[in-house]
Ligand binder design. Structure first.
Ligand code: SF4
Ligand code: SF4
Length: 79
């Protein structure tokens, strides 16, 4: 079960592919979608593999990725 969820801001993404190369778990890939600037944007192609490590968010030069960790959200709900 995925521990993290990535949210990619399609309009910020420039389709550089850095996040796709950086993810150690093969979560990210290019989607078939293009944003309004014509860039082929990144998306989570295997979201169930995401650990929430945040490497993708740290490497994105355009600050297009936000990572949410499910464990934190669950522990907050339990508190
Ligand atoms: S948070 Fe980590 S595991 Fe999830 S998509 Fe980003 S680099 Fe991959
Ligand atoms: S690193 Fe950022 S700009 Fe590059 S493909 Fe990934 S989300 Fe898009």
């Amino acid at each position: 079960m995925a521990k993290g969820i990535t949210v990619i801001d399609k309009e910020r993404c420039k389709g550089c592919g850095l996040c796709i190369s950086a993810c150690p778990f093969g979560v990210l890939g290019f989607s078939d979608e293009h944003n309004s600037s014509g860039y082929n944007v990144a998306t989570a192609v295997a979201p169930e593999q995401c650990t929430g490590c945040t490497i993708c968010a740290q490497i994105c030069p355009d600050v297009a990725i936000e990572v949410y960790r499910k464990e934190k959200a669950e522990s907050k709900e339990a508190a």
